[in-house]
Design a protein. Sequence first.
Lengths: 445, 445
Amino acid sequence: MPEPLIKPRTLSGFRDFLPAAMIPREQLMETARKVYRSYGFAPIDTPTLEHADILCGKGSDETDRQMYRFEDNGGRDVGMRFDLTVPLARFVAQHASELGMPFKRYHIATVWRGERPQAGRYREFAQCDFDTIGTTSIASDIETGLVVFDLMKAIGFDRFSIRINNRKVLNGLLNKSGLAEHSVAVLRALDKLPKIGREKVHAEMNDVTGASANQIDQILQLAEISGDRDSVLSQLEPICSGSELAQEGLQQLRDISSAADSAGIEDHNLQIDVSIARGLDYYTGTIYETFLDDLPSIGSVCSGGRYDNLAQLYTKQQLPGIGASLGLDRLLAAMQTLEMIPTTKTPADVMVVQFDSTYLNRYISIARSLRTFGLKVEVFPDAKKLNQQFKYADRRGFRAVIIAGADEFESNQVQVKWLNDGSQTSVPIDDDAKELAEMLASGLK
Amino acid sequence: MPEPLIKPRTLSGFRDFLPAAMIPREQLMETARKVYRSYGFAPIDTPTLEHADILCGKGSDETDRQMYRFEDNGGRDVGMRFDLTVPLARFVAQHASELGMPFKRYHIATVWRGERPQAGRYREFAQCDFDTIGTTSIASDIETGLVVFDLMKAIGFDRFSIRINNRKVLNGLLNKSGLAEHSVAVLRALDKLPKIGREKVHAEMNDVTGASANQIDQILQLAEISGDRDSVLSQLEPICSGSELAQEGLQQLRDISSAADSAGIEDHNLQIDVSIARGLDYYTGTIYETFLDDLPSIGSVCSGGRYDNLAQLYTKQQLPGIGASLGLDRLLAAMQTLEMIPTTKTPADVMVVQFDSTYLNRYISIARSLRTFGLKVEVFPDAKKLNQQFKYADRRGFRAVIIAGADEFESNQVQVKWLNDGSQTSVPIDDDAKELAEMLASGLK
């Protein structure tokens, strides 16, 4: 008696990636790698499993609760990484002398969080981070912005805005007003500005911090600044005066703005937005968020910032750094909504029909020749009926099929059929199929 | 009082990949992807964690013991995948109608086995598989061999041999001799041929199976066949006569050999080797192993074969297929031994020295211009002493540095210094740095 079947299924919160989803996903990761590398960021990888104390070290209660943690066969307390930042800190502390500073790395890898699955949230997802460790130079702040800019362009976006702020501006201002200890409450109130309006925020700040109307006005004034880069910088000048820290932050914003001017980056694509306050506790200088003009509601698709000390839990060495992370899942969802992703289920463009199995070696040979010209070509494996092979080609998303039988080979020709409009042409083939390759390449453009 | 530091360390059997190791690793994966795609194999991914019953379904006691298995926060019995074949079987069974047949996929992903770590064996490693599901056509057997051939060439090997056999030949022979039920014992004895010699194997086979001297001679004769493809095929002919199954296997070997001839693949690179018997229980037709001429001791670096039914545990649908797997870790170790891997720690070739921070935007601008020509260029983040910057460039493995200060910019020039011989040249730069890009590109060739 046969065994009963096991029902094929995946765990809740986990995903299979079928070709139509995996092709653009892989392409996006390759684009990220290419851009990161072009700036000299080097790839690293770290283990999926780490000693639990390493991962918990700086974890909040929330990450601890979400971590996949278990005892391995050797009785060790282990966990699956829930981000790429904690492993980076451990990695840099462990290998600092071998790595040398500054150290620029990218890391594209999977992380796991056992949170309750919900729309667009998964228990397994990829992160795509790049960081520069071991320098406080503004050159790295500038570069981080340029990498994000080049990345968005390389992915295919023109209509996006990278919003930059500097934590030192607000911190300086709070210090100046004697409100430093209330920074969390101030930021919480500020966050409500778009929803509840100026007056209510004003009241809340006064309630919670006891700040004067004048102090509160200054902070609200900061959050309401807008305009192009130069205009924002001029508006910030009087507000920052009197605080060394705020001035320092302002100068860094100026340097980034000047570099953006010099690089010909339009005001719209790189904005100074003093209302963003990402990562309150962690970031200490420049911060970045990136929004899509055509889908702002999806939130930031690439975020990051500068931090003072990456690895303090694992080493006494002070390791400042700066970095950002591309939100792969969010970006792919956005690209799908914006119809930027083709629906093909094959990475190949051309399929050679197996019209007559007698000629299998000829079909294989044509495909091999075309590959030497950089074309991606599949040979259909079975000599099935033509309409079945066409149906397969169509379903998969091939753009052209090559058909040849005895007649064609006798006259050294093949038929090329374009699947979008059904048009068909005879093309001569000689030993290296160069003419065919050129004809296909120009049609595929 | 500061908290005590957590000692940065990795779990036994797990590895950090520093840039010098990760750069060639990533490159190898990209080469594999490129070759797989050029044949129309599409990428997929499956979850790291699966329901334990899915993974255990076909597992042997050994894989069960090695599997990382635990109860998740929701009380589910889960395991980390220990190969990519079981997830593929589950995946294809689950999505068969959406995928359509034939289905060609590649999957490059990490797997985990809690085995005792030893030299060259890890608890976490990558697999790099490609398979064609849903066809028994010989075209797929041929293609699998061609993919392996193109892959080895694309990685940079010329001196390798893909060894092909067909399980039907030996099975047919055993059937004919009435020894089918002893196939495991026969193969076990055959395996010892190189070590203990013909006579002792003969004696063992007689002991265990009770086969006649004549029957044993035929089997040993099979294992001792060697020569070029045509010669092996001729030698097989008389041995296979009288068994339909063996004849069928022989015909498949002939078809592959003929396709290899037609594709101009030398006898040495693709051999018929009837002594290989990989995957006794699983494979049912063509089988593949791949050895490096210069490092045969490392074993097969790319292996696979044909199977009759991939997903019988999860579906009633019969899904035959064929595939192979590139041994990434083994291949990288071999390439290291054979000195095929550069020791650079950066993916970039060129570093722009930050000679004078006043010109930071100029340095950035030069780097950006060079990137538009496809060059990978890092700008050193700090205006440190020149010798420190040179030392950094040297340690990382940059090939050239660009140096420019007030004098150079005044005369629209930069200095290019090649780090291998210390030679230095002045190169004019205009707005798009085209001349500089061409000069660097030709020097980097």
